[in-house]
Design a protein around this ligand. Structure first.
Ligand code: NDP
Length: 308
């Protein structure tokens, strides 16, 4: 019993807990310094417009956090809050006005939208060059077409959470090329884009979902395991290979109100070489990458003015 406990502590200490909070704070401080130079270089600062329809509590919190992050960095933020009864036409009209506004660099429509509004229609309505979420079909197509990293081709925004995950993995000094990556989840927001980004980095990628048969056998082969399911502590220790890099995207609320991920941290951390916590892992990186996407859109727009 004593020996087992000792080994467990040793193994636990061996794993690196990857703090997205620390990295995002560092990146945001760098962005603040960069944005402070924009008034003299460009005569203005980047401007992010956020549209919130309704008062879903989680969405209200996300939108508030986006406004706070913008403010800290020096990015101008306009949050437009519309009632849940807003018609699709009214929302599309608001988006069109923001597209036409030369002072707006990034537009974000907070999802989910009320059921009477077609989300894809709203996403498609955003001008591609102002689509800071990277959800516009043209930006999605650009991601799936090209092989290069977003940093090499910033004309297209890559969805924020996957972009943040790649940053975190690279920051930890993890080699991606040639390694076996398993992604659980195939959503447009996380699962699919992170799969493509890992593929861009020359990982060999397997995508799993709710109909996957023999999930544990597949996850046990992963050198890099990305979990984006939305099921509290679903991934147990015996589903993870010794020494794997485990990225937990899930954000779930336990019955007692505390947050947890899709990975059972206590069981998995002792086996992993690197693991992200929840909270404080992928979550802070998402907002941080939204800020980067906004700055990228701003710079692209300013540069295109010079080319004209
Ligand atoms: P979705 O509900 O859109 O997708 C969930 C995916 O998980 C689906 O592809 C589904 O499969 C798959 N899945 C569900 N149950 C299982 C299972 N038992 N075994 C295997 N696959 C399963 O969720 P999102 O991708 O939007 O979000 C996933 C999680 O990440 C949520 O907890 C969300 O809150 C969190 N999140 C966190 C962010 C952050 O910043 N940290 C940002 C975005 C999301 P199928 O396709 O077959 O239904």
């Amino acid at each position: 019993m004593f020996v087992a406990t000792k080994i467990r502590i040793f193994c636990y200490l061996r794993s690196v807990i990857l703090s997205g909070k620390e990295l995002s704070d560092r990146l945001k401080a760098g962005m603040a310094r960069e944005v402070a130079t924009f008034p003299s270089r460009y005569g203005r600062v980047p401007h992010l417009a956020v549209l919130l329809v309704g008062d879903d509590p989680a969405s209200v919190t996300y939108v508030r956090n986006k406004a706070r992050a913008s403010e800290k960095i020096g990015i101008r933020n306009t949050t437009i809050t519309l009632p849940a009864t807003t018609s699709e036409d009214e929302l599309l009209g608001r988006i069109a006005a923001l597209n036409d506004d030369p002072d707006v660099d990034g537009i974000l429509v907070q999802l989910p939208l009320p059921p009477h509004i077609d989300e894809l229609k709203a996403i498609k309505a955003i001008a591609r060059e102002k689509d800071v979420d990277g959800f516009h079909p043209e930006n999605v197509a650009a991601l799936w077409r090209r092989r290069t990293e977003p940093e090499e081709n910033p004309q297209y925004c890559v969805p924020c959470t996957p972009r943040g995950i790649i940053r975190l993995i690279k920051e930890a000094g993890v080699r991606i090329e040639g390694r076996r990556a398993v992604v659980i989840g195939r959503s447009n927001i996380v699962g699919l884009p992170i799969s493509k980004l890992l593929l861009n980095e020359n990982a060999t990628v397997t995508i799993c979902h709710s109909r996957t048969v023999g999930l544990g056998e597949i996850t046990r082969e992963a050198d890099i395991l990305v979990v984006a399911i939305g099921d509290p502590e679903f991934i147990k220790g015996d589903m993870v290979k010794e020494g794997a890099v485990v990225i937990d995207v899930g954000i779930n609320r336990r019955p007692d109100g505390t947050l947890c991920g899709d990975v059972d941290f206590k069981e998995v951390a002792p086996r992993a070489s690197v693991i992200t916590p929840v909270p404080g892992g992928v979550g802070p990186m998402t907002i941080c990458m939204l800020m980067e996407n906004t700055i990228d859109c701003f710079i692209n727009r300013e540069n295109s003015k010079l080319e004209r």
